[in-house]
Structure formats: C-alpha cells, structure tokens
Design a protein around this ligand. Structure first.
Ligand code: CU
Ligand code: CU
Length: 316
C-alpha cells in the first residue's frame, strides 16, 4: 500500500514538474463508423471508373486520428445491398482477430472498442477472404496514433501529409494474378497514379505545398499487395525517419527508406530556407515510380497556408 501511495504521489508531482504523467481525464473516445461499399470510384486523373470495394466510397478510407491513451470506438456497417462479407483490421489494435476482426455478412454490423496504446502510423484494411482482392479493390486506410506531446526528438511539424501507396490490378476479380503479382498496371497514391504530379501526368492539377525551410511530415503507408517501397525524396534527404511512426524509433539523415507491405513510417523533410525548391516524393522502385508512385512537393514562399493542415492532410 505504501508503495502504491508513493507511486501516485511521485507521478502527480512529476506531472506538475515536467508533465510526464498525462492525466487520465485527457483520454477521449474517438468514434469511427465505416460503411463497406461495393461501388464504382474514380481511379485516375482522367476520371476512369473502377468497380471498387471501399470504406465509405473512398480510396483510401477516412483518416482516423487519436492520441495515445484514447479509446477507439469502431462500428463497421455492411449494408444488405452488398454481396460480400467484409471486415476491419486495425494494425493499431491489440485484440482478438477472430472476434473484433471477424467477417461481417451483408446486413450486419460489428462494434468494438480498442485502446490506442502505441504511438505510430498504421494501416487498416479489410481482412475478409480473399484478402488480396479486398485490399486491391480499395479496402484500406490509415490510423495515426499521436504521442501525447511533441518533444525535441519529435518536433511539431509545420505541415502534415498522408500518402498511401497501393497496387492497381484492373482485372479486379483475378485473385491469382494478385497473388502472383501479375497484371498490375499502376501504382496509386491516395487512390490515383500520379495523383499529385502534374510533371508526369498532364491530367494531374495538384501538388503538395510548403514554404521553404518548413518541416513537412509525411505519414507514409504501404498498402501494396506484394511490393515493398523504397521511399525517397528527389532533391532532398529525409531529415528524420520515424520507423512505424513512433517517436522512439528515430533515424536521421536518410536518403531512401524501405516500407514493407502493410507497414508504415513517418518521414520529415525540411527544405532549404531562403530559396524555392521542388521535391518528388517517390517509390524509387522503378516498376512503381514509372507507374504512378511519384508526388510533387512544391516549396515556395506563397504556398497555400491551408495545405497540409486540417482537412488537407489526407487529400484524395
Ligand atoms: Cu472487404
Ligand atoms: Cu494487416
């Protein structure tokens, strides 16, 4: 008992002094409702439609964001108009895969709660069979678990962007091709090849933006079926790489860093102050880069102040 009381008092005292013990009252409940949808989505900058399976009609699904200690309250809806069973597998959750992540038949829902225990950037995806098809058709997204505070090791960024890379298999029913890694024609970034790259795709009208010298934080998720990613900033060097997005796992001064299938990491880029520059954030694996895995980052004094903030962090 004495040890318990001592622990409580030391924690309270320390939290007053250096804020190490976050008060439990700060933890919040983050409600996430996802609806499985079997419907067409636009899959390139020209407006081509594709018979996708998605969460809420978007590739990737909505960005879920919470802070360490929060409770994530998840509801998955599989409308009775769907033909397939679907599910939700959050890589940030430490639960029972046969329970929380189990398949939900059309006309049914699933509800569960998990604790955001470890800071990082994580994939979520449908885990129903055949897994390759459910992911390749678009059932994936991102959950960021922020640490409770910024620190010297994990400074506050000026802008944040989420990029999700995936493989596009136009023959959407051909699971054998997906498993054998045949027939993929494009690398998608947030659902489209060259989504933010007007240099490589004349139909692309957008790019990521920052001001010279700003710290731009990229939350990068590899939602490919089979291909690891070699993430590289052309004309730049990653100032920091946080493996799995966790502030404890910091690397400095890195040219290219690998992101395994179904993995994610956080990448900080600080462009030179005092001059305008451009970077291309690419998968240096040529089969992916030339098929769409290239994103332009424009660093100019007049950068749109809203880009990389608020609802402009995960742009589709
Ligand atoms: Cu599914
Ligand atoms: Cu997974």
């Amino acid at each position: 008992m004495k040890r318990f009381i001592t622990g409580v008092f030391s924690c309270a005292a320390m939290s007053l002094m250096i804020g190490l013990c976050a008060p439990v009252a700060n933890a919040k409940v983050v409600k996430v409702t996802l609806t499985a949808m079997e419907s067409d989505v636009v899959i390139d900058n020209r407006g081509t439609k594709y018979a996708a399976w998605t969460y809420d009609g978007m590739i990737p699904g909505k960005l879920v964001r919470a802070t360490v200690g929060d409770q994530i309250d998840v509801t998955l809806i599989n409308p009775k108009t769907n033909k397939k069973s679907h599910s939700i597998d959050f890589h940030a959750a430490e639960v029972d895969m046969l329970n929380e992540f189990g398949s939900v038949r059309p006309g049914h829902n699933r509800h569960f709660v998990f604790k955001a225990g470890r800071a990082g950037v994580y994939m979520y995806h449908c885990a129903s069979n055949p897994l390759a098809e459910h992911i390749a058709r678009g059932m994936f997204g991102v959950i960021i678990i922020d640490p409770k505070r910024f620190s010297k090791a994990y400074p506050k960024p000026d802008r944040e962007y989420v990029l999700v890379q995936s493989q596009f298999f136009p023959d959407a029913d051909n699971v054998v091709d997906m498993v054998e890694n045949r027939g993929w024609t494009h690398a998608l970034i947030n659902g489209k090849p060259f989504n933010f790259d007007p240099i490589h795709d004349g139909n692309s009208t957008r790019a990521l933006m920052s001001k010279p010298g700003e710290r731009v934080r990229i939350f990068f998720v590899n939602a490919n079926i089979n291909m690891p990613v070699s993430f590289h900033p052309v004309a730049g060097i990653w100032d920091r790489v946080y493996v799995n997005g966790n502030p404890d796992n910091v690397l400095k001064n890195v040219q290219t860093y690998g992101v395994p299938v179904a993995g994610a990491s956080t990448f900080d880029l600080v462009s030179p102050a005092g001059r305008s520059t451009n970077n291309a954030l690419i998968d240096h694996t040529m089969s992916a880069e030339m098929r769409g895995a290239s994103t332009l980052l424009i660093n100019v004094p007049g950068a749109d102040p809203g880009m990389g903030k608020g609802d402009k962090i995960l742009i589709r």
